[in-house]
Ligand binder design. Structure first.
Ligand code: ADP
Ligand code: MG
Length: 702
């Protein structure tokens, strides 16, 4: 169905094919609809005028009413050529500075005439400057709403240079809005609009671009954010509803010898949180419905053990299980840990990774097919390989953020008959709003307690000028029998980025920690797998005291004897990543340290991040802060895990409350009409289909 919404913007007055291409290239705006969905990213209050005396350089955008007293060109012909306009009101004067469009200013602006100037003040050589402000005549009424709150649109430098000013955006959008009048189909039901007191869509689109007043603007924002988040939640929860309605889940009703023997032999007591989560999983497994559960827990909180015990319930009911890890190192480690816990028991465990030999593979395949293998641990090879199970009943996916949503879905279809139960585990705590969006179709369990006796890791920030002090500290730790990680953001020197790198670092460390007294292992992403495994093993076995690495060691590695994590150019890493790296230490009984090394020139944001790291050991707290600081788009792993939801206006960082509200309303509607097939919910189903299609198209091209 094409509508006026899909009309190419070249048909707007003042656009045409050339400008249309520029808009597409710069902002991916192709149609009237795209343009209307290019929502303002903020608003400026143009009801208030400042007098020059009130201006201070910390103010955001302001407007002043005054007259031009003088214009002169400075640095004529040089690269720094600029036009400086002396603009005055009765309380004083400021400089308006133009680097571009000088001729236009000279031709249009008249001395001693009243103008309204609008821009961002800054201090330069002791004077207040406004660089490239807008200049209007006081009676310029060509813009709707310009007397009140004025929209500000995001744009690109290149578009700005081509004359796409804020005013031009406003004009084009005003035009597009006029053209779609009468063609705006409401996406929410009349009942929702009435009961939830939401502004109708057609009005909201007007008000978001040309707010009549603050109250209307807020109502429009709420409406549009709600809608965006609501349909994401409705889609996810509908998926969940469909799954829960299908009463074809495997029912694991017994807990038998496999589970009990392992449980009884544990060398420690489970934490309260572990017990609670196992109970939640057991309830799912016995319910007759397919489980899809996300298990969140900080590094070292004991998720692997929970996964193992749950997998043993599958064995107790005659089903096989598999556990999928994101890297070979981690799969190996899981295999070793699990084998240790299952020692002397009648449970057969296999390991399948990229480096499993063909002959071993064959044996594995046979034992999977005849059902004699109970638990298969491995990497991606598990889905990619032609593995088939006799009776697969339980799947564990570790460190989910490395797996795409699609890969998760592929497992559903891997077996015949009923789908296996799925437990997704992530050690990267993610903020609740993000979890609700990324994993909104899953049920969530949280392990929020570390095993007793763990000492919090002490985190310290050092400038790289004090590397000598840090090395002495490392020597002391090594003398006491401990091991050390040193992590670099880059493998080799880069012209573009001024960060420490592994190659130079290695030379440095090899000199400061000479053989044969010390042994240094190296792992990074560009090594051959067998080299990586060799060095990794040296460290795991305690034969190397120092492991130099890039962030490949981020995931999973467990060496309890390692007590120091040094992170070079720590400012280069995001908070979640730093936290993840820090989680490699503090796994044993000894006190552990995380040392964050940085250069001297740090941005304010980097400083905040490092400070938070030094103050907090709580993964959830750090994840929330990370999202606030960087926005969810940049969060570790979200790009890969396919946050295929295009948010135009809502923000997972700021709109948590609206998200909770939207999810609750979506759930209410589904409780009453799980498949949305009643007449009154037809428009919701219709809108979900449209959005689903758009998303599919989007993922095809990207
Ligand atoms: P995660 O996968 O959540 O990072 P692991 O399952 O690897 O954590 O557990 C970290 C370490 O803690 C492992 O050595 C594990 O054997 C141990 N562990 C797990 N649960 C407990 C517990 N309740 N008490 C003591 N140690 C535990
Ligand atoms: Mg783990």
């Amino acid at each position: 169905m094409t509508s006026v919404w899909d009309t190419n913007i070249q048909f707007l007055q003042g656009v045409g094919p050339v400008r249309a291409r520029e808009l597409e290239k710069g902002l991916n705006i192709k149609t009237f609809g795209d343009l209307i969905h290019h929502y303002p990213f903020r608003y400026i209050d143009r009801t208030r005028f400042y007098s020059v005396r009130e201006i201070d350089p910390d103010l955001a955008f302001i407007q002043i009413r005054g007259e031009v007293r003088d214009m002169k060109i400075i640095g004529a012909g040089s690269r720094k050529q600029r036009m400086v306009v002396l603009f005055a009101d009765p309380t004083g004067s400021v400089d308006l500075v133009f680097f571009k469009g000088i001729r236009w200013i000279r031709d249009k602006i008249k001395l001693n005439t009243e103008y309204i100037v609008f821009g961002k003040p800054a201090l330069f050589n002791g004077r207040i400057n406004l660089v490239h402000p807008e200049i209007d005549l006081p009676d310029d009424q060509s813009l709707r709403g310009s007397a009140g709150l004025q929209a500000v649109y995001s744009t690109t430098e290149s578009l700005r240079d081509k004359g796409f000013t804020q005013k031009v955006f406003s004009r084009l959008i005003a035009q597009a809005l006029t053209r779609i009048e009468g063609h705006v189909l409401e996406t929410l039901t009349p009942a929702m609009l009435r009961q939830l007191k939401l502004m109708p869509l057609s009005l909201a689109l007007e008000e978001i671009h040309f707010p009549r007043n603050l109250k209307n603007l807020q109502a429009a924002q709420t409406r549009l954010k709600f809608e965006e988040l609501f349909f994401i939640q409705l889609g996810l929860l509908k998926q969940r509803a469909v799954r829960l309605r299908a009463e074809d889940g495997l029912r694991f009703s017994t807990v038998g010898a496999a589970f009990n023997n392992c449980y009884k032999k544990l060398p420690f007591e489970l934490t309260g949180a572990q017990k609670r989560v196992i109970k939640e999983i057991r309830a799912d497994l016995g319910s007759g419905r397919q489980m899809n559960r996300l298990l969140q827990g900080d590094v070292g909180s004991g998720k692997t053990l929970v996964a193992l015990l749950s997998a043993l319930i599958a064995a107790d009911n005659g089903y096989q299980a598999c556990m999928m890890a994101p890297t070979e190192i981690l799969a190996n480690q899981h295999y070793n840990t699990v084998s240790r816990f299952l020692q002397g028991q009648d449970i057969k465990v296999g390991l399948l990774t990229g480096s499993t030999k063909a002959s071993e593979r064959k044996v594995l395949h046979e034992s999977l097919q005849d059902g004699s293998l109970h638990l298969l641990i491995g990497t991606h090879a598990l889905i990619e390989d032609t593995v088939t199970f006799k009776k697969l009943g339980f799947v564990v996916i570790d460190e989910q953020h490395r797996f795409g949503v699609e890969q998760r879905a592929r497992l559903w279809e891997k077996t015949e008959g009923s789908p296996p139960h799925i437990l997704v585990m992530t050690a990267t705590p993610i903020p609740r709003t993000l979890a609700m969006t990324l994993y909104g179709d899953l049920d969530v369990s949280v392990i929020d307690e570390l095993p007793p006796g763990r000492q919090p890791v002490q985190t310290i920030h050092y400038p790289s000028s004090r590397r000598g002090t840090v090395y002495s500290f490392l020597k002391k730790q090594i003398t006491e029998g401990r091991q050390v990680y040193v992590v670099y953001p880059l493998i080799r020197e880069s012209e573009k980025m001024d960060y420490e790198n592994l190659e130079t670092g290695y030379r440095d460390i090899a000199m400061a920690f000479p053989a044969p007294l010390y042994s240094v292992a190296v792992v990074h992403g560009q090594q051959k797998p067998e080299d990586k495994a060799f060095d990794m093993n040296m460290f795991v076995k305690g034969q190397a005291q120092i492991l130099i690495a890039t962030s490949v060691i981020e995931v999973g590695v467990d060496v309890p004897n390692a007590t120091v994590m040094v992170i070079e150019s720590a400012e280069r890493f995001g908070l979640s990543q730093l936290h993840q790296l820090r989680g490699r230490v503090g796994r044993g009984a000894e006190k552990s340290y995380c040392i964050l090394m940085t250069g001297n020139a740090l941005s304010k944001e980097a400083r905040q991040r490092l400070k938070l790291m030094c103050e907090s050991n709580n993964g959830f707290e750090i994840a929330e802060a990370d999202m606030r600081l960087r926005g969810p788009g940049d969060l570790e792993g979200t790009a890969q895990s396919g946050l295929a939801f295009d948010l135009h206006i809502a923000s997972l960082a700021r709109d948590g409350q609206i998200l909770e509200w939207a999810r609750m309303e979506a759930q209410k509607i589904l409780d009453d009409d799980p498949l949305l097939d009643s007449e009154k919910n037809k428009i919701l189903r219709f809108q979900l289909e449209i959005l689903g299609k758009r998303r599919a198209d989007f993922s095809k091209i990207s």
